[in-house]
Design a protein around this ligand. Structure first.
Ligand code: ADP
Ligand code: MG
Length: 350
């Protein structure tokens, strides 16, 4: 393909021009699709990885990481400079918060309402007395939990505009929804940089933009809750695949029992049902993170009832008896990666 061929004859010139144009197009699209940037960092007490594809991948990634870091200033329960900290230590109400925090609180309260309190963003008096925030664990007596539960009634929270009113002593814990929210906010930033393809792994919460650079669905591993490795692979471009696992954070009490970090708001005690992990699949991180915690608390039978009333997501729940509960929308895109001898069975929910 020499430029001199322009001058030789018409047909050859056409072919040469076409070749130049195709090569240029191919180069541009290769550059767009192959310019990838990956960033690994620690934030919100967990490891995160943002991998995106596009011309501005590097800069976009940088901004996304900064943004995630800045969200701790909104929702951390332990950082005195955060808005949730201010709300949790308020001497009077209403307390004005930023639009982002108000929006997140509204979403959290709507999931609480829909799940009849299985998801409860006001459990901090309880979760903190068990020592989960400071990792100094204890098993509080039920009488203490009963008193604290009186401070956990999410129905007592009112939000008007950005102004939050709660009852004295109430405290928010957005740990069940915060990482998904961070993912949604990071995705907004990446999109501002023109990123059309990205994979974010925020401590096991997977969120995506678009499809893989080659136009096909992402393949996302679903962790085996019983041992290392994946139990299955899900092909999807839904946007968010978010898992709550009992294996993630727990302590073993003096009584030899395992106490996990997901709580049953009706007892004030760590959930003790047959759920090993619960995954919500849908379009946004905030909603799916809230749902993953909700499904875990509900357990499979009540989760099915919840899903029938709110069919705007899919789920995978793995129970102790090695049943994998799958909603019908993802039946065909889920592939089991363990052999028959592992003893898992799939139950499709219609
Ligand atoms: P992870 O954040 O470990 O991925 P989850 O999304 O399930 O898992 O969030 C668990 C966190 O949610 C807990 O550490 C606690 O901060 C908070 N939490 C615990 N129980 C509940 C509940 N019933 N409703 C809402 N949030 C909860
Ligand atoms: Mg969650």
């Amino acid at each position: 393909m020499k430029l001199t061929s322009f001058h030789i004859n018409g047909k050859k010139t056409f072919i040469t021009l076409t070749a130049i144009i195709f090569t240029a197009l191919a180069l541009t699209s290769c550059r767009t699709k192959e310019t990838a940037a990956a960033k690994y960092f620690e934030s919100m007490n967990t490891f995160m990885k943002v991998q995106c594809y596009g011309d501005n991948a590097e800069a976009a990634n940088e901004e996304a990481q900064k943004l995630i870091g800045s969200l701790e200033k909104l929702i951390s329960v332990t950082k005195p400079e955060s808005e949730i900290y201010a709300l949790n230590h308020a001497e009077s109400y209403p307390v004005e918060v930023s639009e982002k925090t108000a929006g997140l609180l509204k979403t959290a309260l709507s999931i609480a309402e829909n799940s009849d309190g299985a998801f409860n963003p006001c459990l901090y008096p309880v979760t903190s007395t068990w020592g989960f925030t400071k990792k100094s664990y204890r098993i509080p007596p039920q009488s203490e939990l009963d008193k604290l539960l009186k401070l956990c009634n999410w129905r007592n929270v009112k939000i008007e505009g950005n102004k939050v009113t709660a009852q004295p002593g109430m405290m928010f814990d957005l740990g069940g929804i915060g990482k998904g929210f961070a993912g949604d906010e990071a995705i907004k930033v990446l999109k501002q940089y023109g990123i059309e393809s990205a994979l974010l792994d925020l401590g096991g919460n997977i969120q995506t933009i678009g499809t893989k650079p080659d136009g096909t669905d992402w393949t996302i591993g679903i962790k085996n809750p019983f041992e290392e490795g994946a139990i299955g692979a899900l092909k999807t471009s839904a946007g968010a695949v978010i898992t709550s696992g009992g294996y993630e954070r727990f302590f073993i009490g003096d009584d030899g029992k395992r106490y996990i970090h997901i709580f049953d708001g009706s007892t004030g005690r760590p959930v003790d049902n047959n759920v090993q992990s619960a995954t919500a699949i849908g379009s946004t991180g905030t909603y799916c993170d809230g749902l993953s915690t909700t499904l875990f608390v509900l357990g499979p039978e009540r989760a099915v009832q919840f899903w029938k009333k709110n069919p705007d997501f899919d789920f995978i729940i793995i129970t102790s008896d090695k049943t994998i509960w799958l909603t019908k929308g993802i039946e065909k895109s889920f592939e089991l990666l363990v052999g028959e001898d592992a003893g898992f069975k799939i139950k499709v929910i219609e």
